[in-house]
Design a protein around this ligand. Structure first.
Ligand SMILES: NC(=O)c1ccc[n+]([C@@H]2O[C@H](COP(=O)([O-])OP(=O)(O)OC[C@H]3O[C@@H](n4cnc5c(N)ncnc54)[C@H](OP(=O)(O)O)[C@@H]3O)[C@@H](O)[C@H]2O)c1
Length: 247
């Protein structure tokens, strides 16, 4: 991925990691379009950062995705990067039947949302120079956090999907990059003040350093996520699962 001169659509760009990526990519000389459901936040972002564009988008709604595709195709036909970052993370008690809708929402937003966005926007990316699909998964794709079982399962599925996508797009000139964050201080699961989570700015700085060092990277894994990402390879899976379970 080149670091400047791109046109980039970022889902879940209204807060946290998505907004952080958006601001840094904007500062680096890219055209950035942030997308999310919260119109008031989109308005604030575009007012505070002239040059950033915004799009109301609910990735759980196929009609909203179709409208977004038509809007972007007309307003930014030069789009060459899609960042699938939108996601939700909620606790679930698998013994409580009222948890089922929570599980279903995770699949609709995190997994189906990313898959639908990919199908919708790939036709705009294929054929462009320096085209990229960047999927934000999680270290929990590799060892689950048992209090968020469906969340972890959607991230494991997104890792698998990203692997297949990379193979299918190899001849189409579209790079697929998986971002594998550890716990980062955002409001995703209320960890914005947690000492166990990485400060957002540190996470963004390390991630961009990794991308500059390896522009052809398949995965961006900051040091704090490495022991989870590589737990199977290192034979430490059971220990890491026990550690995550008790955190
Ligand atoms: N923070 C962490 O510890 C961590 C670790 C690993 C992976 N991640 C991943 O990083 C990504 C961003 O999370 P975050 O930590 O930055 O949390 P966040 O601040 O809560 O951001 C989540 C973003 O997703 C958007 N979103 C949620 N549902 C959506 C929907 N139906 N349609 C469109 N946008 C939707 C939200 O925007 P609206 O509400 O405006 O729609 C928001 O911008 C997620 O995929 C998450 O799984 C985070």
């Amino acid at each position: 991925m080149k670091m400047t001169g791109n046109t980039i659509l970022i889902t879940g760009g209204t807060s946290g990691i998505g907004l952080g990526l958006a601001l840094r990519l904007h500062e680096a000389g890219n055209k950035v379009i942030v997308a999310g459901r919260r119109k008031e936040l989109l308005d604030e972002i575009t007012a505070e950062h002239p040059g950033i564009d915004a799009l109301v988008l609910d990735v759980a709604d196929p009609d909203s995705i179709a409208r977004a595709r038509e809007t972007v195709a007309a307003s930014h036909p030069e789009l060459n990067i899609l960042v699938n970052n939108a996601g939700i993370m909620l606790r679930e008690d698998l013994l409580d039947p009222s948890g089922l809708p929570v599980a279903e929402d995770h699949i609709t937003v995190n997994l189906l949302g990313t898959i639908r966005m990919t199908y919708a926007f790939l036709p705009l990316l294929v054929g462009k120079d320096d085209a990229v699909v960047m999927n934000v998964t999680s270290a929990l794709a590799f060892v689950p956090y048992p209090i968020t079982p469906t969340y972890s399962a959607t991230k494991a599925a997104l890792h698998s999907f990203s692997e297949s996508l990379r193979v299918q797009l190899a001849d189409a000139g579209v790079q697929v990059i998986e971002v594998v964050p550890p716990g980062v201080r955002t409001t995703l699961l209320g960890q914005q003040d947690s000492d166990h989570a990485m400060p957002l700015d540190d996470f963004l700085t390390e991630t961009f350093d990794l991308l500059r060092e390896k522009p052809d990277a398949k995965e961006l894994v900051v040091e704090r996520a490495g022991f989870i990402r590589d737990a199977v390879a290192k034979g430490s899976y059971d220990d890491v699962l026990t550690m995550i379970t008790s955190s």
